[in-house]
Design a protein around this ligand. Structure first.
Ligand code: NDP
Length: 301
């Protein structure tokens, strides 16, 4: 069997087109312009790349977009004050503080300072709690699992996962746990696995839907995969690629892609799978926040 490749770049493009059109309509009908603020502290090069692409996407969507670049030595109090200013700013619907923060700042404190109704990353306890209790209509769902669900539903051609076994490998707060809740809300039967799970290969082999969010390059092998399964590979790992030349590297997922694609029914590639969906869903969440402010229905994806 050769799996269908789930093209995250293409689906992310479709999400952004929907956001663009809905933004134009929102502005025409109500005068509300979605506003997003991204705050970055310090000079981590990877974070700067992410922040630039978020700003670019936001502008492309027709949003009011601001980026606050704060120096590495910014105090926790000053960052909290910045978040408060953005909470109070009527032009801003979504606030995103780029992680990781410098070590002297308590990330948890900063996240909990963001007004839940502007927490488009979905990390505030209120949004985590809403997702956990099935209040998905008013929660903000973290962007990576939200994007993974969009890909999964496209690949399977249904949003009802009744009767399907899902295994999520990884139990982080930003990917594994919210993914578990989303799958459960969609009626899948869900098992969440982690580093203490016994006989992970056998467990994975029971999965009609296999989500890998581990951070270990190509850990999941073809003989862990149930024939015909849908694989969502969230992992992004940089490994050495001597075949490309000395000192060169390449990105791989948590799943051994080529061999697993021979067994699976559908699979997301890395790069080009879940990755592009994350920023697209950030735009979708920001639009949703603005729609709530305007009292109109937001699009679904
Ligand atoms: P974390 O490091 O927070 O969590 C990793 C999880 O994997 C933990 O629950 C851990 O178990 C589990 N794990 C580690 N080793 C094993 C093992 N040998 N067997 C089974 N489980 C194991 O990672 P994140 O959730 O933040 O990220 C996971 C991956 O997804 C990373 O590659 C990251 O780069 C990528 N990512 C991609 C995004 C995207 O936009 N596509 C966004 C966010 C993340 P335990 O809890 O027991 O320690």
């Amino acid at each position: 069997m050769s799996a269908k490749v789930i093209d995250g770049k293409e689906v992310a493009g479709e999400v952004v087109e929907t956001v663009k059109a809905a933004t134009a309509k929102l502005m025409a009908d109500t005068g509300v312009v979605p506003g997003i603020a991204v705050v970055i502290v310090g000079e981590d090069p990877a974070s700067q790349v992410y922040v630039r692409s978020k700003g670019k996407r936001a502008t492309e969507c027709g949003f009011h977009s601001v980026t606050h670049i704060m120096p590495e030595e910014t105090s926790e109090a000053d960052l909290l004050a910045m978040v408060q200013t953005l909470n109070d700013d009527e032009m801003i619907d979504g606030i995103l503080v780029q992680l990781p923060l410098p070590k002297h700042i308590d990330e948890g404190k900063v996240i909990q300072m963001i007004a839940p109704e502007k927490d488009v990353d979905g990390f505030h306890f209120i949004n985590v709690g809403k997702l956990g209790t099935g209040e998905t209509d008013t929660a903000f769902v973290p962007c990576t699992p939200a994007g993974s669900m969009v890909l999964l539903k496209k690949a399977l051609g249904t949003s009802d996962l009744s009767g399907l076994n899902a295994v999520v490998v990884g139990r982080s707060n930003i990917v594994g746990k919210p993914m578990m809740n989303l799958l459960l809300s969609a009626n899948a039967t869900v098992t969440i696995a982690h580093s203490r799970t016994k006989d992970l290969p056998a467990l994975c082999k029971t999965a009609d839907i296999l989500v890998a969010a581990v951070g270990r390059p190509e850990m999941i092998k073809a003989d862990w995969v149930k024939p015909g399964a849908c694989i969502i590979d969230v992992g992004i790992n940089r490994i050495d690629a001597p075949e490309k030349g000395e000192g060169k590297t390449r990105l791989v997922g948590d799943v051994a892609y080529a061999e697993s694609a021979e067994v699976a029914g559908s699979i997301t590639p890395v790069p080009g799978g879940v990755g592009p969906m994350t920023i697209a869903m950030l735009m979708a969440n920001t639009l949703e926040s603005a729609c709530r402010r305007a009292g109109v229905e937001a699009p679904t994806y």
